[in-house]
Design a protein around this ligand. Structure first.
Ligand SMILES: *[C@@H]1O[C@H](CO)[C@@H](O)[C@H](O)[C@H]1NC(C)=O
Ligand SMILES: *[C@@H]1O[C@H](CO)[C@@H](O)[C@H](O)[C@H]1NC(C)=O
Ligand SMILES: *[C@@H]1O[C@H](CO)[C@@H](O)[C@H](O)[C@H]1NC(C)=O
Ligand SMILES: *[C@@H]1O[C@H](CO)[C@@H](O)[C@H](O)[C@H]1NC(C)=O
Ligand SMILES: *[C@@H]1O[C@H](CO)[C@@H](O)[C@H](O)[C@H]1NC(C)=O
Ligand SMILES: *[C@@H]1O[C@H](CO)[C@@H](O)[C@H](O)[C@H]1NC(C)=O
Length: 561
């Protein structure tokens, strides 16, 4: 039952609210520095200053952004800043309000402030609490000299502020609240991303095809996925029974064809005939390289068994009990008992390296694998650049680096992704690449893992697991593709691979964030595997490590929409 005093309370509240508000800012929510910080964790915040000198036109404009243009846009919240704030002592920790352009105090009452969404720092697990993370802030003058304050010019002012907000907040709205053309194009791209076909009809037919045998080779224990759980820790998937797609193979595409059919769909493809004119093929013989660069010092990578960046039990490493990474970091690791094994790093003359890989490939040196990995051609071998050509069909995105990959030929680069669009160009030998798409990264268990590094003792010619590092890897999968532990990583059973094999003269386009494991094979007469790759700033990008984060168009390329 409601009493008389309750009624009285509501009546007083109603009138006090009525008198304290004026008609324009009735519905704009009020923000304080603290609430701005919490709101920017999920959205951009667009505010007007409400003070004694507040401008009614600016309030009206903000109201229309809130009621119309960004009404259905979850990425933007519109409001007013409570009262006149002390800008030099603005944030909860007393830091001043800094704007990216120059702060203009004289026009505060005709300004709109855009506080950008706080992008979570996923790369650093340390120190994240020490300093308050503040959003970037932009101050916009609603009525710069060119825009008169007349009513007829208000739509112009609105249009330009909507465009500015779109740019700062990564939104695609028109003044009337609909999605603009670029936004529709982006939506279409994201709705049509390529998926491995075996991936899309997984829950029905292929359950029967699926069977696993234990890693110890006890075939009698084979079981079908439908029959329930594995009763050993490690099951091995019979790769030939796992449904997979084969990579499409095409001749050199036009830039438009490449963009629409592969790059914007995030679809891997093998391209043939694109390197026909490269001098590299006949020219980069062992003798030529030795003569030209034999005296160059190179950093090479080496492992005992040809596996690069595999994941292993931490307990195999010397001093694993004594070496502790900061507790704060360890607590954030999803698999603190696993480590990524980085190869040993050795310095030698390039001529020594060329001999070493030939010796390994011929079987004269055993229990060692050597790799010159992702080494910049510009830094090490600048003149070689003229023997390869940048590829015309990918001219719409920006090159990040050009690398050379040279090894004894029997290397396995373990399952990982790179945040770049990749053109991998095979020059000698073959690469057999197993790919998994970046759409269900829960299945690949994306996350931070502690790093370790092999050391190599030159006098005993042996490798040691004795360097635990305090860094983490963000791009490796903890799942061992050859011996997946399905008890620990059960979702991996639903991941479907795609197989792409390239030989000399072929190029694999591997879109950014596709997981890949690369088995190299040598050219048997040259005793080596040689490739170059172009890494491009990705067209489709995502936050990482973050299994649930999805691909989106890189804002850097909005001009292509
Ligand atoms: C804006 O503020 C200035 C002083 O800061 C004042 O002179 C001016 O009249 C204000 N404009 C409006 C429209 O209130
Ligand atoms: C294979 O499985 C059978 C039955 O479970 C078991 O008795 C046998 O020891 C296993 N063999 C190996 C090599 O593990
Ligand atoms: C490679 O093998 C040759 C012949 O056995 C030997 O002379 C040379 O020292 C070896 N070089 C390296 C780097 O292993
Ligand atoms: C190479 O490694 C295998 C297995 O660890 C070992 O049995 C063999 O003795 C090693 N060979 C040499 C030459 O070190
Ligand atoms: C390499 O091994 C030898 C023999 O065990 C040892 O004396 C030496 O200290 C080791 N070198 C390094 C750098 O660990
Ligand atoms: C291996 O290299 C040789 C010498 O360059 C070449 O003639 C041959 O075609 C290559 N083999 C393959 C399978 O590409």
């Amino acid at each position: 039952m409601t009493s008389v005093s309750d009624y009285l309370f509501w009546i007083i509240l109603f009138f006090s609210l009525l008198f304290s508000l004026n008609y324009v800012d009735a519905t704009l929510p009020t923000f304080y520095p603290k609430t701005i910080l919490s709101a920017t964790e999920s959205s951009c915040v667009v505010l007007v200053f409400s003070g004694k000198t507040a401008d009614e036109k600016v309030f009206g404009l903000l109201q229309s952004l809130a009621d119309v243009s960004f009404k259905d846009e979850p990425a933007v919240v519109v409001g007013k800043l409570a009262l006149e704030r002390d800008l030099s002592n603005f944030w909860p920790d007393s830091q001043p309000l800094k704007v990216q352009n120059e702060l203009k105090r004289d026009i505060l009452n005709q300004s709109i402030f855009v506080f950008g969404r706080l992008i979570k720092d996923r790369s650093c697990l340390l120190n994240h609490k020490k300093q308050m993370k503040l959003p970037t802030v932009f101050q916009y003058d609603v009525f710069p000299k060119a825009v008169q304050r007349s009513v007829s010019k208000m739509s112009e002012a609105t249009r330009s502020i909507v465009n500015e907000i779109n740019e700062r907040c990564v939104t695609f709205r028109t003044t009337d609240g609909s999605i603009n053309f670029k936004g529709l194009h982006r939506k279409e791209i994201l709705e049509n991303l390529f998926h491995i076909s075996a991936d899309s009809h997984e829950s029905s037919a292929d359950k029967d095809i699926h069977s696993y045998s234990f890693a110890d080779g006890n075939e009698s224990k084979c079981y079908s996925k439908t029959k329930g759980h594995c009763d050993s820790n490690i099951c091995q998937i019979k790769e030939f029974e796992r449904p997979h797609d084969e990579c499409e193979r095409i001749r050199v595409p036009s830039p438009a064809h490449f963009f629409h059919e592969y790059l914007s769909l995030s679809k891997p493809v093998i391209i043939t005939g694109a390197t026909d004119k490269w001098l590299a093929f006949g020219k980069w013989t062992k003798n030529f390289l030795k003569e030209k660069y034999g005296k160059t010092r190179v950093h090479i990578k080496a492992t005992p068994d040809g596996e690069y960046e595999g994941v292993q039990d931490r307990s195999l490493w010397d001093r694993h009990k004594r070496f502790r990474i900061p507790k704060e970091v360890e607590e954030q690791l999803p698999y603190p008992d696993l480590v990524v094994e980085r190869p040993a790093s050795l310095d030698m003359l390039f001529s020594e390296f060329l001999d070493l890989i030939e010796n390994i490939s011929r079987g004269n040196v055993v229990n060692m694998s050597a790799y010159l990995e992702y080494s910049s051609i510009n830094d090490y071998f600048p003149e070689l650049k003229s023997d390869i050509k940048e590829l015309e069909f990918i001219n719409m995105i920006e090159l990040a680096s050009l690398n050379i990959w040279l090894s004894d030929g029997n290397t396995l680069g373990k399952l990982h992704f790179d945040p770049f669009d990749n053109l991998l160009c095979q020059i000698s030998g073959e690469k057999h690449v197993t790919l998994f798409n970046p759409h269900n990264n829960e299945r690949l268990y994306e996350g931070h893992m502690q790093e370790t590094q092999f050391s190599y003792n030159k006098s005993t010619r042996s490798f040691h697991r004795n360097r635990l590092l305090d860094s983490t890897s963000m791009v490796m999968s903890p799942v061992d593709l050859k011996r997946p532990n399905l008890k620990r990583f059960p979702l991996f059973a639903d991941a479907r691979p795609m197989k792409c094999s390239i030989k000399a003269g072929e190029i694999l386009f591997m879109p950014a964030f596709w997981w890949h494991e690369v088995q190299s094979r040598p050219n048997v007469s040259e005793h080596r595997n040689l490739a170059v790759n172009f890494w491009y700033k990705p067209f489709l990008t995502k936050e990482f490590p973050c299994p649930e984060c999805r691909l989106d168009v890189n804002p850097k390329y909005y001009h292509l929409l």
